[in-house]
Design a protein around this ligand. Structure first.
Ligand SMILES: Nc1ncnc2c1ncn2[C@@H]1O[C@H](COP(=O)(O)OP(=O)(O)OP(=O)(O)O)[C@@H](O)[C@H]1O
Ligand SMILES: [Mg+2]
Length: 375
């Protein structure tokens, strides 16, 4: 490669890379550096670009003069790699910074590579939160079960009526644990499938009709009227039958649990859905319940997120339903939209591509309802 090609290569490397000259000034910085800092720092003293004492000490060390021949070079003159929180565009950024000696313009310069590690840290934090949440969710019913076992062995030993009552509660708590484990397994299965497109074809209209029929008794019991629009004729599209059933099962269940007596499902074709870059089918599940305040909307599909934890738990919810929905919709390269206003009901719209041929939009854009954070 000639120097022009090397220069072009330096420019396109997607990691912020800075060349520091013997005078401590930035000789060159690539496009990733400009993107990170919001400007090109070429010509500026390096200490004013990355204001971090340990990084600047590492830079001083690699620029130390070579000791007289015969003496052992200090070990610290080699490459240094250190985690650092630096300031970029007014924000704190977690990074791993590598400072390596580099001959620049015949003198002792350095190459500084700044890897943004905030994504890794965020993922690590999410994993810790997830484990803490799962433990907490399992511990609540488990504590209840253990308490009732003690009661049955002790004070309620000779009280058949109390025993019956406690056994009912224990069965409910054990059922809750069972549901939680089933939902967790389902979530992990959906996540591991997410990059594999569904190979089957489903009839979306028939599937919605059958979920409505299955949920009929639960709806009647809660005094909810279910109305379907646009589901009389078959609508064939690529999809995983069981997963799409799961999507509508959860959306119907939510509308029954948190809605206000009317559940309306409308299926319609969208000739061109910009985010799917092609035709799609939108299935809208609307209720006339209390609705959801805007501040909760972006977080609704996060695992274990509930607007009213007490109400959800009381109704046997695990808070994983919408997280599972979101991942299934993402696997189908579809979109999930949530519209709601306090006091005006909620509308959950699932948009699925009509054909498998439509180019896949980026997963991140489709996986979330507008503005939602990743789960
Ligand atoms: N139709 C709706 N109307 C009002 N709030 C809703 C509606 N659907 C969902 N929510 C809110 O969103 C939260 C998350 O829903 P999600 O389906 O993920 O969990 P869940 O219903 O609590 O539990 P699970 O689905 O696991 O049984 C619910 O706890 C509820 O607060
Ligand atoms: Mg739910």
């Amino acid at each position: 490669m000639d120097s022009r090609e090397l220069r072009d290569l330096f420019e396109v490397v997607p990691v912020a890379t800075i060349v520091v000259g013997p005078d401590g000034r930035v000789v060159a910085a690539n496009a990733a550096t400009a993107a990170m800092f919001g400007h090109d720092p070429t010509g500026r003293p390096f200490v004013t670009v990355v204001r971090h004492p340990a990084v600047n000490r590492a830079l001083d060390r690699v620029q130390q003069p070579v000791p007289p021949s015969g003496a052992n070079p200090p070990a610290s003159r080699g490459t240094a790699r250190l985690p650092a929180t630096i300031s970029a565009q007014g924000r704190d950024l977690s990074a791993v910074i590598t400072v390596s000696p580099l001959v620049v313009k015949g003198g002792r310069g350095a190459a500084v590579v700044i890897e943004d590690s905030s994504g890794v840290e965020q993922a690590e934090q999410m994993r810790r939160d997830f484990v803490a949440n799962v433990s907490h969710e399992l511990r609540t019913p488990l504590t209840a079960l253990m308490g009732f076992i003690d009661t049955l062995r002790g004070p309620a030993r000779n009280d058949p009526a109390a025993q019956q009552r406690f056994l009912d509660i224990m069965a409910r708590e054990a059922g809750r644990m069972n549901r939680l484990i089933a939902d967790l397994l389902s979530l992990s299965r959906v996540e591991s499938d997410e990059r594999r497109r569904p190979a089957e074809t489903v009839d979306l209209a028939g599937l919605i009709r059958s979920v409505a029929a299955t949920m009929g008794p639960a709806a009647r019991e809660s005094g909810v009227t279910v109305t379907l629009h646009g589901t009389q004729d078959a609508v064939r599209l690529p999809g995983d039958h069981d997963q799409i059933v799961q999507v509508f099962h959860n959306l119907f269940e939510n509308a029954i649990k948190y809605g206000g007596g009317q559940l309306t499902v409308t299926l319609r074709r969208i000739p061109h859905e910009p985010l799917l870059r092609g035709p799609g089918w939108a299935a809208e599940v609307a209720d006339n319940g209390d609705g959801i305040e805007a501040l909760h909307l972006p977080r609704l599909t996060e695992r274990f997120y509930r607007v009213d934890t007490h109400r959800s738990r009381e109704k046997g919810g695990t808070g994983l339903g919408l997280a599972i929905v979101k991942h299934i919709v993402a696997r189908h390269r579809g979109r999930l939209k949530i519209d709601s206003e306090k006091g005006r009901g909620s509308r959950f719209t699932v948009i699925l591509p009509e054909t498998a041929a439509s180019p896949a939009p980026p997963l991140s854009a489709t996986a979330r309802p507008d503005g939602n954070r990743p789960v």
